[in-house]
Design a protein around this ligand. Structure first.
Ligand code: ITT
Length: 196
């Protein structure tokens, strides 16, 4: 099935296509108006983006709202991950804030909330998390955003940052890999109910 992704982040388009194509969902992009992300949770913001895109296109639209929560910073940057500190200095700001923090207190996790809105008003939602630690310096240049400072501690990508991991290694354990695989299970059930 074809589905429009409501994002202005080209890295998300790449990851969605990579993860969803083998599962039978073909991701399309559209020139969409940027929605105001004024929710207070990942879930609310994912819905806002998917609903705005569906209203604009009249087609099923899927969106991701995601971010990094650092334990020592009480969950910051969280839903503000894309707007945290100065552009170009986001990763370094996190490293600086954790400068004197010992390894065992550097825990962090990524969250990805997915919302898919259909023109008839139906909504499917899914969520995924990935756990790790904040490094002491930038490591690797793959991926995007906070990837070079996120040291994954999950089986399959253990002790590699997402900046050092291959796309396959990241997708296997990442918040977005998990949320999208869960989404596809829900989508299949939803489509079966519709047909039946
Ligand atoms: P759209 O809203 O247009 O989809 P965005 O980048 O603004 O794009 P979000 O509001 O969901 O998306 O913010 C997510 C931010 O969290 C993103 O810009 C990164 O800084 C960070 N982030 C999310 N997933 C990440 C990942 O897999 N690797 C590294 N950083 C990630």
């Amino acid at each position: 099935m074809d589905m429009i992704i409501a994002t202005h982040n080209k890295h998300k388009v790449e990851e969605f296509s990579r993860i969803l194509k083998p599962l039978g969902v073909n991701i399309l992009t559209a020139d969409l108006t940027e929605a105001e992300e004024n929710g207070t949770t990942f879930r609310e913001n994912a819905f806002i983006k998917a609903k705005a895109a569906c209203d604009e296109t009249g087609l099923p639209c899927i969106a991701d709202d995601s971010g990094l929560a650092v334990d020592f910073l009480n969950g910051e940057p969280g839903v503000y991950s894309a707007r945290y500190a100065e552009e170009g200095k986001r990763k370094l700001t996190v490293l600086e804030k954790l400068k004197d923090v010992p390894d065992e207190e550097r825990g962090a996790h990524f969250t990805s909330a997915i919302a898919c809105v259909f023109p008839n008003g139906d909504v499917l939602e899914a969520e995924g998390h990935c756990f790790g630690r904040i490094t002491r310096e930038l490591r690797g240049s793959s991926g995007f955003g906070y990837d070079p400072i996120f040291l994954c501690t999950e089986e399959g990508c253990m002790n590699k940052t997402f900046g050092e991991a291959s796309p396959e290694e990241k997708d296997a354990v990442s918040h977005r890999g998990k949320s999208l695989r869960d989404f596809v299970i829900k989508l299949e059930k939803y489509l079966q109910t519709k047909e039946g």
